[in-house]
Design a protein around this ligand. Structure first.
Ligand code: ATP
Length: 279
């Protein structure tokens, strides 16, 4: 699914939050959105999910206006993991993952729904949390359960696992800082899963703060600053010292090693001190 932003601007109380963003996000790619706190990343994701409507401009999914797609149909086309998910009710973990299947069944989940929930919980290594109260989980455990929920939402019930893997898939996965509370192993598990989905044909958009995870997993990066797109393209085109010091007010050294096919970023040191630039 091609996601196109056409000249999107968004204002809240006469304050510009996003300013004339235009680009296409390609299927089969993992696109990472970067930028400092308050740059507009979550707001931008809400435009792509349909949760908010641009003040000006349009978001198109496969050339169709996102806001003209019926809600139920949209729920089977795109899944969203938000930054702050709070459940007011004491659902257990399996029930949270089953929420991803709501668009597919009427009153009761079928056998396929239960199978898919199990598969996705297994993929995110949360089977041992089945039956546990979601509210009582740690932050990272909650994120892993949420990740299982969005995987369950995008998986088509009529396909067997093998068929699902062999067919080119359509669908949009939007993840807002999905790994911010995860340990280093589960960061790799979650982002490898997101990458695998992109290889299967899904359009995957992930907001990250960790530049090294972005360098490792991104096919394309969108770099935002104060609601504007200041750079976009491949990892080495966007993650330059110049772009990053402009976006983050921090000087970074960009290291290359024969061992890795992506750059490694570390805060630059000058006379043994990190170089912080003025904002
Ligand atoms: N409902 C709202 N009312 C007023 N201002 C808002 C609202 N939502 C977002 N903003 C403002 O819009 C700007 C962008 O917010 P957004 O959450 O998109 O940033 P972000 O890049 O995701 O930041 P972070 O990295 O800290 O999560 C911020 O200055 C924020 O205060």
């Amino acid at each position: 699914m091609i996601v196109s932003a056409r000249n999107i601007s968004y204002w809240i109380a006469q304050r510009p939050i996003l300013h004339k963003l235009s680009f296409n996000i390609q299927p089969g790619e993992l696109t990472v959105v970067l930028g400092q706190n308050g740059a507009g990343k979550s707001t931008f994701l809400k435009m792509l999910s349909g949760e908010s409507k641009p003040t000006m401009g349009q978001v198109l999914l496969n050339n169709k206006d996102l806001h003209k797609i019926p809600v139920k149909q949209l729920a089977t086309m795109r899944a969203v993991l938000s930054q702050h998910y709070a459940s007011a009710l004491p659902f257990n973990c399996e029930e949270i993952v089953m929420m991803g299947r709501y668009p597919y069944f009427g009153t009761k989940p079928g056998m396929d729904d239960h199978r898919i929930v199990k598969e996705c919980m297994d993929e995110m290594q949360v089977v041992h949390l089945t039956g546990r109260n979601y509210q009582a989980l740690s932050g990272g455990e909650q994120q892993r359960v949420q990740m299982a929920r969005v995987l369950a939402q995008l998986r088509s019930a009529k396909n067997s696992d093998a068929h699902w893997r062999n067919e080119k898939q359509q669908g949009l996965l939007l993840l807002d800082e999905p790994t911010s509370s995860m340990d280093v192993l589960h960061q790799q598990v979650a982002l490898s899963k997101a990458k695998e989905l992109s290889v299967l044909g899904y359009t995957v958009v992930v907001i990250l703060h960790d530049l090294n995870l972005a360098a490792q997993f991104a096919d394309t990066i969108l770099l935002l600053k104060q609601g504007c797109l200041v750079a976009s393209g491949g990892v080495r085109n966007v993650l330059t010292s110049e772009n990053l010091s402009n976006a983050y007010n921090l000087e970074l050294d960009i290291l290359e090693s024969d061992e890795y096919d992506f750059p490694i970023l570390v805060p630059a040191r000058h006379k043994n001190r990190t170089v912080l630039l003025r904002s």
